[in-house]
Write a protein that binds this ligand. Structure first.
Ligand SMILES: Cc1ncc(C[n+]2csc(CCOP(=O)(O)OP(=O)(O)O)c2C)c(N)n1
Length: 535
């Protein structure tokens, strides 16, 4: 480790103190090179991505998985401009992230107000200077990790990065990585909450993204078992109560698909549900709401009857009544679960997304994590994949960006190299991050990439059809993804509609590195499925 004490060293020392193990990005010729050098001296890896967006997605997912800030570097001008979608992801999915951009530029060439670019999609924008030293970077980290987590943008010039700064204190003050652990339970509504829980007869729990951390999943199970009621996790929270748990009915999105069980409820318990997770439409339920949430900086979707703010597990312990009046029966819950699944069934000729994902679930190792892209395939993929733990599935929900599944899978593999990941993606989504196949090959990530190929932007195709417009701009000639993968050094299989998929799936999961299956799927059932879900 070098004894030099530049601003770049100071930054990297602070990052290491907060548990950062790798940074992502595409460097420009400025301060990113100083940060990469300093990082190497401090044992922090630099992962070169092929696009800035993918780099930011990888960093943000790393932040979500570890609770340490994700770190991404980008060059001045076009580098900063290109990264916007990944920063928007961190903003709308509550991922802690630090973005360092080269600059600001001293000349007009490549130059614009980079801080201003990130105003709507980050919690803080500024420029780090030598005078800020260690305190400046610690403050930025604190902002990213303050609830709700999110991105911070810092401009850094090469001249500033390489300037010597005052000696810093190496004993880092670790900030808690559990967003829920930051505050104590506010007792204001706890008594009322206990009364609501004790007095209701048909409670329903909706669990959101904040329920993924620490002991919140275990406390959810305790609450669900005590109330013996249906539980609906959001997409981000899928697995917080295992999908195999008899109380788990299906996914909550805020649309009509899940309304049957919630319509019957006389109390709706929101457990770590962040409004950013809901599709924007008016709240459609009359039952009173008990909102249990780790901090007071996000408002529930409608005014609650009672609100308990604080670490979720602690809040559950405070409000759990000694006895409840719940009248739900196991049979009734099982019937609701069956009907919710039937609604999501997607028929077709040959392979469908549902049949492909079900087969992957049978062949994959039990600890396999799934990542899912945005598109029509997403509904079947999420409903057909069983998740038994928090973060068992990674998905972009608040932003719902395409080009996500592969970068998210790479981030997962770098963090947990022994854990296989299956990345379910549409052809359109994979096109947006194709170069990252090479990143996966370079790092020998254990990812099975399953391309649900229908040669169309099907989700948009469906919407176009529902608006009775002509079919223009949503379909394209088929792409040989298997051929592209081979050229990038990734073993691959092309499976047509009526070919047997099992041999390819088995071989792909047996491969100790990235492998791609390009399977032609029948997308004709997507339209009815979407209508059933969203009305
Ligand atoms: C980066 C980005 N661009 C555009 C969209 C809007 N969008 C949502 S789904 C979709 C089509 C997805 O097509 P594909 O990946 O092939 O999946 P499919 O719908 O066919 O299953 C589009 C264009 C988006 N969510 N993200």
């Amino acid at each position: 480790m070098s004894n030099s004490n530049t601003l770049a060293d100071s930054i990297v020392t602070a990052l290491a103190g907060h548990g950062v193990q790798r940074m992502f990005g595409i460097p420009g010729g400025g301060s990113s090179l100083d940060l990469i050098d300093a990082a190497r001296d401090h044992g922090i890896d630099f992962v070169l991505a092929r696009t800035e967006v993918a780099a930011a997605l990888m960093a943000a997912v790393t932040g979500e998985l570890t609770g340490s800030p994700g770190v991404v570097l980008a060059g001045v001008g076009p580098g900063a401009a290109s990264i916007v979608n990944g920063i928007a992801y961190a903003h709308l999915e509550r991922a802690p992230l630090l973005l360092f951009t080269d600059g600001p530029a001293a000349s007009l060439h490549q130059s614009f107000d980079q801080n201003a670019l990130f105003v709507p999609i980050s919690k803080y924008q500024g420029r780090l200077r030598p005078g800020d030293g260690r305190a400046g970077i610690e403050a930025a980290i604190e902002v990213a990790l303050a609830p709700p987590w999110g991105p911070v943008h810092l401009d850094l010039t090469a001249a500033d990065a390489s300037t010597q700064v005052a000696e810093f204190d190496l004993t880092s003050s670790m900030i808690s990585s559990d967003p829920a652990a930051a505050n104590n339970v506010e007792a204001v509504d706890a008594e009322l909450a206990r009364e609501l829980l004790a007095g209701c007869s048909r409670p329903v729990i909706i669990a959101g993204l904040e329920s993924r951390y620490g002991d919140a999943p275990a406390a959810l199970r305790m609450l669900a078992d005590a109330l013996a009621c249906p539980v609906l996790p959001t997409y981000k929270a899928k697995g917080v109560l295992p999908d195999s748990h008899p109380g788990t009915i299906g996914t909550f999105t805020g649309a009509v698909g899940e309304s049957e069980s919630i319509d019957r409820a006389d109390l709706i318990v929101l457990y770590g549900l962040d409004p950013v997770e809901l599709i924007p439409q008016p709240w459609q339920y009359d039952a009173p709401i008990l909102d249990i949430f780790p901090h007071s900086r996000s408002e529930p979707p409608v005014p609650p009857a009672a609100r308990v703010i604080g670490p979720l597990a602690e809040a559950v312990r405070r409000v759990l009544p000694a006895t409840t009046q719940s009248v739900w029966t196991q049979d009734e819950i099982a019937e609701l679960r069956k009907r919710a699944r039937a609604l999501l069934r997607c028929s077709g000729d040959g392979h469908t997304t549902q049949s492909v994902v079900e087969l992957a679930g049978q062949v994959a190792p039990p600890t396999c994590r799934a990542t899912v892209d945005a598109g029509a395939h997403m509904f079947s993929a999420l409903s057909s994949w069983q998740s038994e733990t928090a973060f068992g599935v990674l998905k972009s929900n608040g932003l719902s960006t395409m080009g996500y599944a592969l970068p998210a899978a790479i981030a997962s593999c770098l963090e947990e190299p022994e854990r296989t990941v299956v990345a379910f993606t549409g052809d359109g989504g994979l096109m947006m991050c194709l170069g990252e196949l090479k990143t996966a090959v370079e790092h020998n990530c254990r990812i099975v990439i399953v391309v649900l190929n229908d040669s169309a932007l099907s989700l948009i195709d469906i919407k176009q059809q529902r608006q009775q417009r002509a079919s223009v701009g949503v379909r394209y000639p088929s792409t040989d993804f298997a051929g592209i993968a081979q050229a990038l050094g990734c073993p691959s299989w092309q499976v047509d509609s009526h070919d047997d998929l099992t041999p390819a799936m088995t071989a792909a999961f047996a491969h100790a590195g990235p492998a791609l299956i390009d399977v032609t799927v029948d997308s004709s059932g997507y339209g009815d499925q979407l209508a059933a879900l969203r009305g």
